[in-house]
Design a protein around this ligand. Sequence first.
Ligand code: ASP
Length: 418
Amino acid sequence: MKKLSLTSKIFIGLILGVIVGVMVNMMPESAFLSDYVVNGLFKFIGKVFISGLKMVVVPLVFVSLVCGTCSIGDPKKLTRVGSKTLIFYLLTTAVAISIALFVGNVIDPGVGLDLSSLAKKDVVIKESESLFNVLINIIPTNPIGALASGKMLQVIFFAIMTGISITFAGEKADPVRNFFIAMNEVVMNMINLVMKVAPVGVFGLVAETFSNFGFGMAQKILMYVISVLLALLIHGLITYMGSLKVLGGLSPVQFIKNFIPAMGVAFSTASSSGTLPVTIDTVEKRCGVNGEVASFTLPLGATINMDGTAIMQGVAVVFISQLYGIELGLNGFLTVILTATLATIGTAGVPSVGLITLSMVLASVNIPVEGIAFIMGIDRILDMSRTAINITGDAVCTLLVAKSEKEFDEEVYYAKNV
Ligand code: ASP
């Protein structure tokens, strides 16, 4: 029998996780099931996988961005690739929120909900950081501290500065440049090792989530969930697939075939940063993008480009404002588009952070931040879905930039993958 590919194994893990999780959720409650199976076995397997991914994230982002920045070499090219990437990331995020606001206003998920019966009074919402602080904190006063505590925006800033400085130092910096190139190989091999447990890890994560939540969601909240999912789908199919076809002349169907393994991992981990190793691997090996571009645009995207999160925030603003009977108006919508674009830049690529930065968006249009409590309970499943969209945006941008820079191999893109 032909050996199953890692992709197939991950998908088998995912499907089995859903089936087993839903079955466990339907069984009568028992201490054995919850202590030993859900919070024991499933949690253990999932945590081992997540910890393995987290272990490689900081070295990966740092090393790959240094390599990406200094291998682009030519400062002019770096500025060009950097600006194209930033423009694409910011524009698509603004489009994403606009779609979310539109879908939210068409479906009206919060109209007619009985607010009092849903209010969870005991939930404490953490304040999100002010925009001023997010921006000023990008420059690490202690780079080693930033690496040690995994402050991604600071790590990115320091990595890009290091890469640029290596470039300017020219030949004299060759040993440092070669060191980072070699380290990049080492980190990539470490990722391959971690990925060997991915199918089982994905099973554990998904089984745990579904054992806890099952399919029993309140019908009204379900309308909110449907609105978010619909907006994610529209953005994925129209904005992303449309730009691939129109701007890049590439087949969207082929893209999905190539990229789906990474989406599966993003879905089960709900973390763009955690999925980054897989995203880079998939974009290089299955989509045919040269590592030079991918190792610059993808770590950047995993940290600052989160269209799925922006969509959740857009729909959530409409939903919560409807719950409280607050009219947003055109100014309100424009404010939401601006603040949510910036809020997602400050959102770390780990589970649930989008909910915390949502408080910044709600506050900008004077909607009670406590409203987040209504959507907290069901956020995990949306987090999983939006993370898959988050990394898809990074990959599409990477492909388009790579193609425009002629750093793209069409043969690999259209090669038959399993
Ligand atoms: N989980 C998301 C991500 O990692 C961030 C969020 O929306 O909470 O991309």
